[in-house]
Design a protein around this ligand. Structure first.
Ligand code: GLY
Length: 371
């Protein structure tokens, strides 16, 4: 089996496939880079969901339930941490318009029976003293998780390789087929034969086979990494999401006291330059919520390309010629959906049924529209 892409999805699928006994080769010119390297690592389906996205919420909820076992298994397979954090999320609002949006979100989630508590600004500050006085109220979502994306990627690569997968640092330019059946991949080093190819190349997926044309597009996101310095106010324990005058911002803690601040969102093709405006917006909004970060060190700025799909659900399943599988289009949810994506791909490889909530991600939903 050939896997194109060594990001969180490609590596998770490669690990599962190699565990199941397949001979797996993963191609990626820069393994563990791209959107997976830049990700904040929120595993937070509840606070990412909006009315109208119930299928994505169901999928995300299944994924968050799968995460603790996935992380435990990965840690034991890789012999190193998987990077999971279990501290939950708080959602903070500043202006009255922001609070109205949170009310809508809380009502929607309450109707779905989700574990969400509405809290005043004072109650939120009792949970997270780092929150500033501009926070007027919000939500606590204790069941949300988070993962250190870079710790995770390292563990996945080790686990995949220990299970027998081979990672080849070369780009794949195209998936080859004879009209009915996949025959291989075109790499810079020549054509490589394969009758089973999984496209997990994130925002770069669409160019690899005509069946993916128009189904995956790059959605740029910029992040900052900041680090606590001696004497500065301690960082929050929980992931903090906020609406600041209608603009979303999130701050995800790391075990070393660092924070990831994200993320901008813009559709600018394959542009990965960090902009002055992006950095300004992220810092201004994060500082409004967590004033103490002004004393932190700014250690990194980066941009990644989320793989957007037409309906925000990923594409997981068979598509086009026989032997072509795809696990891409995860948009804002690649980290979150990695365990369920890999399980679904494994089910397909075994000729079984894809688990229920992942069926909504069947790429056939677009073939039907095109016919
Ligand atoms: N899931 C966070 C982001 O895409 O920015």
């Amino acid at each position: 089996m050939t896997v194109i892409g060594a990001g969180v999805i490609g590596l998770s699928c490669a690990w599962r496939a190699a565990q199941a006994g397949l001979r797996v080769t993963v191609f990626d010119p820069a393994p563990s880079s791209g959107a997976s390297w830049v990700a904040g690592g929120m595993l937070a389906p509840v606070t990412e969901a909006w009315p109208g996205e119930e299928e994505l919420l169901e999928l995300g909820e299944a994924a968050v339930r799968a995460w603790p076992a996935f992380a435990a298994e990965l840690e034991s397979a890789a012999g190193r941490p998987a990077g999971l954090r279990t501290d939950g999320t708080v959602v903070a609002a500043t202006g009255s318009g922001d609070r109205a949006e949170l009310d809508t979100l809380a009502t929607f989630l309450g109707r779905l029976g989700r574990d969400v508590q509405r809290l005043s600004g004072r109650e939120l500050r009792r949970l997270e003293p780092a929150l500033g006085p501009d926070v007027r109220g919000g939500l606590s979502v204790p069941s949300d998780l988070a993962v250190d994306n870079r710790v995770l990627l390292a563990a996945l690569r080790v686990a995949a390789e220990r299970a027998g997968a081979r990672v080849v640092e070369q780009p794949v330019r195209a998936v080859l087929d004879d009209g009915e059946q996949v025959t291989g991949v075109r790499t810079d080093g020549g054509d490589v034969e394969s009758d089973l190819v999984l496209v997990a190349a994130g925002a770069h997926s669409a160019a690899l086979h005509p069946a993916l044309d128009g189904l995956v597009r790059p959605v740029k996101g910029e992040i900052l990494r900041i680090a606590h310095r001696a004497g500065a106010f301690p960082p929050p324990q929980r992931t903090v999401r906020a609406l600041v005058d209608g603009r979303p911002v999130y701050v995800v803690p790391r075990d070393d006291g660092g924070l990831v601040i994200g993320a901008t969102q813009a559709e600018l093709g394959f542009d990965t330059q960090v902009t002055v405006g992006g950095v300004r917006d992220l810092l201004r909004d994060a500082e409004r919520i967590l004033p103490g970060i002004a004393e932190y060190a700014l250690v990194e700025s980066a941009a990644g390309l989320r793989p957007g799909s037409p309906d925000n659900l990923p594409l997981i399943g068979a598509l086009g010629p026989h032997g072509l599988l795809v696990a891409t289009g995860h948009h804002r949810n690649g980290m979150l959906l990695a365990p369920v994506s890999a399980d679904a791909v494994l089910a397909l490889l075994r000729g079984g049924a894809v688990p229920e909530p992942v069926r909504a991600a069947d790429p056939a939903r677009f073939s039907m529209v095109r016919r």
